[in-house]
Design a protein around this ligand. Structure first.
Ligand SMILES: Nc1ncnc2c1ncn2[C@@H]1O[C@H](COP(=O)(O)OP(=O)(O)OP(=O)(O)O)[C@@H](O)[C@H]1O
Ligand SMILES: O=P(O)(O)OC[C@@]1(O)O[C@H](CO)[C@@H](O)[C@@H]1O
Length: 305
């Protein structure tokens, strides 16, 4: 089974207007409320791909009820731990630029954490756990490492979508895949990356430090997959970008869902790229029809230094 963990889910409140003027009353042209949070987005893409999965995490209050009901309506399997405080609301303003205002997230008590962690007792070596998104301020910065220890003790695989020191610290536990974007990769090593050869050079270091696969996403410039045997590169397909929120989560969903089903890294890369671009070209996250439309446009090349 694949589990996604969203410690800090959200209602994503999407607000669209032609122009945002700070300090004035602005009127929206369109708005929408979506269940959000990185792990939840991965779960939604896995479901589109027909990959069985269960979304875990913490939900509370009327906002938490909205997220849970929206996911149930989409036939997603969920086992959230219910908390007393309200799940956050993240505001995504689409005007002349895209601006995101993400909440800090609710207080989670030690009792609620204990109930959540109990679920990890049942993991087996056939399971994959995907840890994605921010932690809430009341949790220890080491929370993901505590979870990784529980996961590794059961012999299960994990994927972590995080950046900086937190990412570097998890590499020695051999995540199935890590997916920094090219800016995050540069920050990880405190360097400026000049073109694909540099990106490959530093991406390979993440492999050397323990990751089983390294995916580097480059938004409209496509992506790279670095494995111990080979490096693959693909441009991004052309299309009208409607919504880039969740493109990275979609790429992870496409890669992990396909890898769980096929164990084929190249095919998983193909689906990861297609899911990422399909979301960028959709109003909400990509649906199966959009993913299928984009798949034939993905052309992967062997990358040779
Ligand atoms: N403008 C775009 N055009 C085509 N494909 C895109 C575009 N933006 C993203 N993608 C696809 O989605 C993948 C992931 O996007 P990106 O690199 O923006 O991830 P990210 O930085 O983790 O994004 P986010 O945090 O917004 O989810 C890219 O590698 C690419 O395949
Ligand atoms: O604040 P975090 O946890 O880093 O990111 C949360 C978030 O911005 O990530 C998703 C897109 O990747 C959105 O659905 C959600 O609002």
């Amino acid at each position: 089974m694949i589990y996604t963990v969203t410690v800090n889910p959200s209602i994503d409140y999407i607000v669209q207007l032609k122009e945002l003027t700070l300090g004035e009353v602005n009127r929206m042209d369109y708005d929408a409320k979506l269940p959000g949070g990185k792990g939840i987005n991965v779960s939604r893409i896995l479901r589109e791909l027909g990959q069985d999965n269960i979304a875990l995490g913490f939900l509370g209050g009327f906002t938490g009820d909205f997220v849970e009901e929206s996911l149930k309506a989409k036939n997603l399997k969920t086992k959230f731990t219910h908390i007393a405080a309200d799940t956050r609301i993240n505001v995504k303003v689409k005007a002349q630029d895209e601006t995101e205002i993400n909440g800090k997230g609710p207080e989670i008590s030690s009792e609620e954490v204990a109930v959540f962690k109990k679920q990890f007792d049942k993991l087996t070596e056939n399971d994959v756990v995907i840890l994605s998104g921010s932690l809430v301020p009341s949790l220890s910065k080491d929370f993901y490492f505590e979870l990784i220890e529980l996961i590794r003790n059961k012999g299960a695989n994990f994927v972590i979508d995080t950046t900086g020191e937190s990412l570097m610290r998890t590499l020695k536990e051999h995540p199935l895949v890590v997916k920094p974007n090219h800016h995050e990769l540069a920050e990880l090593f405190g360097v400026k990356l000049n073109g694909i050869p540099d990106i490959v050079k530093y991406g390979k270091k993440l492999l050397d430090l323990g990751a089983k696969h390294v995916l580097i996403s480059m938004a409209g410039d496509g992506g790279l997959l670095i494995t111990p045997d080979k490096v693959y590169y693909s441009k991004a397909p052309k299309g009208t970008v409607i919504n880039s929120v969740g493109a990275g989560d979609s790429m992870i969903g496409g890669f992990v869902g396909t890898f769980a089903a096929t164990k084929n890294s190249l095919e998983s890369f193909r689906y990861g790229l297609a899911c990422g671009s399909a979301t960028a070209f959709s109003e909400d996250l990509a649906d199966r029809a959009k993913i299928d439309e984009i798949l034939p446009q993905i052309k992967i090349e062997d990358y040779k230094n």
